[in-house]
Write a protein that binds this ligand. Structure first.
Ligand code: B1M
Length: 215
C-alpha cells in the first residue's frame, strides 16, 4: 500500500493523530469510493495503530501519543459503525461483550463487537474494566445468547476465568467466547470457555458456530 492511497492516508492520519475531523472525512471518502469496511479497518485504521504500537514498543513513541492515535482511530471506526447501524439488519442473536476487570484495552474488543453487529447480532458493549459481578448482573437482565470477553494483559486474563466461575456459581446459561492477544485455545479449554477466537473475523465465525447460526 502506498502512503498516497486513501487507506494509506487513513493509516497516516492515525499514526500522526492528525484530527478526528480528518479521519472521519477520509473514512467517509473510502466508503464512498467503495472500499469494504473490513479493508478500511485492516489496511487503514488498524494499520495506523499497528505502526504507532510498534513505535511505542521500540521506544519511539510514548503512551500519550498511542492514546491519541487510538482516539483518532475510534473516530474513524465510528463512521463505519454508523453505516452498519443504518443498514438495519434483523438480529440473529444477542451478545454482551466487554474487556475484563483491570484492563482498559478497548480497540480489539470494539472491533469484535462491531463485526458481530455487522453480522446481525444485537450487541451490548459494556466497555472496559468490567468486573465479574457486572457481567453477571447484565446477563441476568438481558439474557444474551453469547457472552464475549476480551483481555490484553497477562495480568488481567484471570478476570475471564473469574467471570466464568461467577456465571457458573449463579447457574446462568450463556455461551462464552473469549479472545485478546495473550489468550489461547489452550487457556479457553482450561478455564471452561465455550470458544476462543484469535481475531475479530474468526470471532464472528466462532460465534455463529457456537450458536448454530447458518446465515
Ligand atoms: Co497496552 N499493552 N498497556 N495500551 N497496548 C499491550 C497489550 C502490550 C502487548 C504492549 C507491549 O508491551 N508490547 C502490553 C501487554 C503485555 C502483556 O501483558 N502481555 C501492554 C501493556 C504492558 C500496557 C500497560 C500495562 C502499560 C503501562 O501502563 N505500563 C497499560 C495497561 C493499562 C490497563 O489495561 N490497565 C497499557 C495501556 C495501553 C494504552 C491505554 C496506552 C493503549 C490502549 C488504548 C485503548 O485501547 N483505548 C494501549 C495499546 C494501544 C496497546 C497496543 C499498542 C495495541 C493494542 C491494540 O489495541 N491492538 C498493545 C501492543 C500491540 O498489540 N502491538 C499493547 C489492536 C487490536 C485490534 O488488537 O486488541 O489484540 P487486539 O485485538 C485483536 C485480537 O486480540 C482479537 O481480535 C482483535 C482484532 O483482530 N480479540 C478478540 C480481542 N478481543 C477479543 C475478544 C474475542 C475474540 C477475539 O471474543 C470475545
Amino acid at each position: 500500500m502506498t502512503g498516497n492511497s486513501i487507506l494509506g492516508q487513513i493509516s497516516e492520519c492515525v499514526v500522526k493523530a492528525e484530527s478526528e475531523e480528518l479521519v472521519r472525512e477520509l473514512t467517509q471518502k473510502a466508503v464512498t469510493e467503495g472500499y469494504a469496511a473490513k479493508d478500511i479497518i485492516d489496511q487503514g485504521l488498524l494499520a495506523g495503530l499497528d505502526t504507532i504500537g510498534g513505535m511505542w514498543t521500540r521506544g519511539d513513541a510514548f503512551i500519550p501519543e498511542v492514546l491519541l492515535s487510538a482516539k483518532i482511530m475510534s473516530a474513524g471506526m465510528e463512521v463505519i459503525r454508523e453505516l452498519i447501524v443504518k443498514s438495519g439488519v434483523k438480529p440473529v442473536g444477542k451478545v454482551v461483550i466487554g474487556t475484563v476487570r483491570g484492563d482498559v484495552h478497548d480497540i480489539g474488543k470494539s472491533l469484535v463487537a462491531m463485526l458481530l453487529g455487522s453480522a446481525g447480532f444485537e450487541v451490548t458493549d459494556l466497555g472496559v474494566d468490567v468486573a465479574p459481578e457486572r457481567f453477571v448482573q447484565v446477563i441476568k437482565a438481558e439474557k444474551p445468547d453469547l457472552l464475549g470477553m476480551s483481555a490484553l494483559l497477562t495480568t488481567t486474563m484471570p478476570g475471564i476465568a473469574d467471570t466464568i466461575k461467577a456465571i457458573q456459581k449463579e447457574g446462568l446459561e450463556v455461551v462464552t467466547i473469549i479472545g485478546g492477544a495473550p489468550v489461547t485455545q489452550e487457556y479457553a479449554d482450561r478455564i471452561g470457555a465455550n470458544g476462543y477466537a484469535p481475531d475479530a473475523v474468526s470471532a464472528v465465525a466462532k460465534a455463529k458456530e457456537l450458536l448454530k447460526i447458518k446465515r
